[in-house]
Structures are given as structure tokens and as C-alpha cells.
Design a protein around this ligand. Sequence first.
Ligand SMILES: CC(C)(COP(=O)(O)OP(=O)(O)OC[C@H]1O[C@@H](n2cnc3c(N)ncnc32)[C@H](O)[C@@H]1OP(=O)(O)O)[C@@H](O)C(=O)NCCC(=O)NCCS
Length: 151
Amino acid sequence: MRIRGYRVGDVEAMFQLDIACFTPPYQFDREMMQEVAEAPNAIVVVISDEGDAMLGFVIVHIERKGRNRYAYIITIDVAPSARHEGIGAKLLQEAEVQVSAGGLHSIGLHVAVDNTSAIAFYQRQGYQQIATEENFYREAATDAFVYVKPL
Ligand SMILES: CC(C)(COP(=O)(O)OP(=O)(O)OC[C@H]1O[C@@H](n2cnc3c(N)ncnc32)[C@H](O)[C@@H]1OP(=O)(O)O)[C@@H](O)C(=O)NCCC(=O)NCCS
């Protein structure tokens, strides 16, 4: 297993992985995936196998609100065949290290209230539920939990 940052050319594999991980309307299209991965405020961590096939990735953005900066998980995707091996945990931990190194002290995310495996995963990783946002995923008519982890 190899852990690395984003490389130009990763978008297609990320897009395909996202299709394997999410049902519509939660999937990114290619253009959106490229936009969020190549944003100047993006932290991207990729894990691939020895043959360089992508097994998972996480995209975190450093956002600004007034004078405050905060880290926000845009998406984390692990190939269904590679789950429960700790890849999600490794991706998150590496992203958290990079966020901390940038001087930020917390990281947050939204997760659909019916995404029980992701919720269990985040809780195991030390994330705390702080709020619910009604109809956050409007196209799916689904609420979101807001989770935050102090770093
Ligand atoms: C959520 C997600 C990223 C987790 O990825 P993962 O690689 O399976 O995560 P991990 O392996 O680190 O942890 C998941 C589980 O495997 C377990 N695990 C970790 N290492 C393990 C190992 N070596 N052997 C067995 N189990 C292990 C963890 O304890 C955890 O258990 P639990 O969730 O059943 O309580 C993945 O399920 C996914 O891509 N889901 C679809 C996309 C998604 O919903 N993303 C979040 C959107 S907000």
C-alpha cells in the first residue's frame, strides 16, 4: 500500500471510485471532482496498491469564515473491495496531520443521517456529533449530521 498526495491525472480514478462509493445524487461529476481536488485550498491524500491502482482518497478543504479558518472534509472514498482494512483510518489520520501542521485545531464534516457505516467510522475516529442540518442534501431530501474532531 502506498500513501501519497494528489497527482494530475488522478481525477478519472477518483471519479470512478466515487461512483462505486455513492449512489446519485451524492456522486460528483468529473468536472466537480477535478474542481474540488485541484482547488488551491485542498489537501488530498491518496492510497493506492502496489500496482498504483487507487484504493481510496480523501479531500479536505481549508475554508475561511471571516477571520477564522477551518478544515472541512469534502469526501472520503474507499473502494468497496478494500474496506475494513484500515485504509479509511489511514487517509483520515494523514489528512489530520496535514491540517494540524497548517496550524488548525479542528476538522469537520457533514454526513447523511442514513449513512450508518460512515457515521460509525467517524465516531471510531474520534469525531463528535455537534448538530443536525435539516435537508442539507436537498436533492436526496436527507438531513445531515455535523461532526467535528478537535486536533
Ligand atoms: C466510510 C469509509 C470511508 C470507511 O473506509 P474503510 O477503509 O472501510 O475504513 P476502516 O477500515 O479504517 O474502518 C472501517 C471499519 O473497519 C474496521 N477495521 C479497521 N481496520 C481493520 C482491520 N485491519 N481488520 C478488520 N477490520 C478493521 C474498523 O474498526 C471499522 O469498523 P466499523 O466501521 O465496522 O466499526 C468507507 O466505508 C467508504 O468509502 N464508504 C462510502 C463512502 C462514504 O460514505 N464516505 C463518507 C461520506 S461522508
